[in-house]
Design a protein around this ligand. Structure first.
Ligand code: GDP
Length: 372
């Protein structure tokens, strides 16, 4: 059942996110609803089931695979009496842990405050409970208003700070002149940093966790005497919190202003087609979807697909599918140049480099028509 498989994949991804944030997942709950419950996201029965399980097994946190509305969050927390995290909050938390530079930290902080602002009433609920409730409504609300004001001021401040940095970065980008700019884009953990390292012989942090790269790294790469710039950017993910898209403007500007996108796909991942779609959606969101692109299908050393019959590829065994077979699929028929590689073993690197060279060269001579 296809939608059943999807559900498992989504839960796998959420578990990987939780792992990246430093949590261990003990149990998964799923529920099929045509629409999430407006008050508690899951239905009442499911909520009680989760609550009882959490109580019995002393679970500290329950994570939901979607952004919860402020009232859903409040209701769930009250009913379940455990910490409730939603997907957005989880991703923000990972970003906060991973932010290395003050620029990245500022961007994440802004996104966190924007997430927090409409959810501030939760604190008030806690206050009320702590202090016994009755008679606390007045002061509690005043406190909330004060907190809101402080946060709003902070948001304004952070936005101003980012505006200044964004401007500086814009100038920096302009100063790079006419050199052709390429950007690695792709779902998180597909191997962008590994590829960056392999192409630029630099040492960019690569790790089997989500969002190892928050800050953009720009490197000069030379293929066949042709120098160009290569940027590694923050990985994309399904349901990337909108607050993050907004505050990572400058990081995403690298993509928006690139001449050529190198879209890296982890072909060993069962959901790689979904990942491609998520990335394309985000590219559309930031208005970068009309750029020249090269599709790089990575990790061909790591297939785990079994071929049952001619048209059926199902995950599950280590029996490899040959490159020729992949190349007959829709992927190779994409309107973009397509190559299948392994960033780890460097299989088909010459082919990929030739492809990048051709594209960069084409853009290069359109800029320097007389020098070539
Ligand atoms: P990024 O998040 O897209 O930058 O991905 P990374 O470069 O950090 O790589 C994520 C994980 O995939 C790391 O554990 C890499 O070692 C691994 N990886 C990258 N390229 C390949 C590849 O071609 N084959 C295999 N088997 N693993 C790879």
């Amino acid at each position: 059942n296809q939608s059943e498989d999807k559900l498992i994949e989504y839960m796998d991804e959420l578990e990987f996110l939780a792992f990246t944030a430093g949590a261990t997942v003990e149990k998964r709950f799923t529920q099929r609803l045509t629409q999430p419950d407006s008050k508690t996201f899951v239905g009442k029965g499911k909520m009680e089931e989760i609550r009882d399980y959490a109580k019995e097994h002393k679970i500290g946190t329950v994570i939901f695979d979607d952004e919860l509305s402020p009232s859903q969050l409040k209701n769930l927390e009250r009913e379940m009496e455990v910490k409730i995290l939603d997907r957005t909050n989880l991703i923000l938390d990972i970003f906060a842990q991973r932010a290395q530079t003050s620029y990245a930290r500022t961007q994440v902080e802004l996104a966190q405050y924007q997430y927090l602002l409409p959810r501030l009433t939760r604190m008030w609920t806690h206050l009320e409970r702590q202090k016994g409730g009755i008679g606390m409504r007045g002061p509690g609300e005043t406190e909330i208003e004060t907190d809101r004001r402080i946060i709003r001021d902070r948001i304004t401040l952070l936005k101003e700070k980012l505006k200044i940095i964004d401007k500086q970065m814009g100038t920096q980008r302009q100063n790079r002149g006419k050199t052709v700019r390429t950007a690695l884009v792709g779902y998180t953990n597909v191997g962008k940093s590994t590829l960056m390292n392999a192409l630029s012989k630099s040492d960019v942090f690569a790790e089997n966790k989500l969002f190892a790269t928050l800050d953009t790294t720009v490197r000069k790469v030379v293929i066949g005497n042709l120098p160009f710039l290569l940027t590694d950017t923050v990985g994309f993910i399904r349901k990337l919190p909108t607050q993050l898209v907004e505050s990572f403007k400058s990081t995403l500007d690298e993509v928006r202003e690139a001449d050529l996108l190198i879209h890296v796909v982890d072909i060993s991942h069962e959901s790689f087609e979904d990942h491609i779609n998520s990335v394309n959606e985000i590219l559309q969101e930031i208005d970068a979807h009309r750029k020249p692109m090269i599709m790089v299908f990575n990790k061909i050393d790591d297939f785990t697909y079994e071929k049952k019959d001619e048209d059926d590829l199902t995950p599950g065994s280590n029996k490899n599918i040959s490159l020729e077979e992949w190349q007959k699929t829709w992927m190779a028929k994409s309107k973009f140049p397509t190559v299948f590689i392994s960033a780890l073993t460097k299989e088909n690197f010459p082919e990929m480099k030739k492809m990048i060279y051709d594209e960069v060269h084409r853009i290069h001579i359109s800029r320097f028509p007389y020098n070539d």
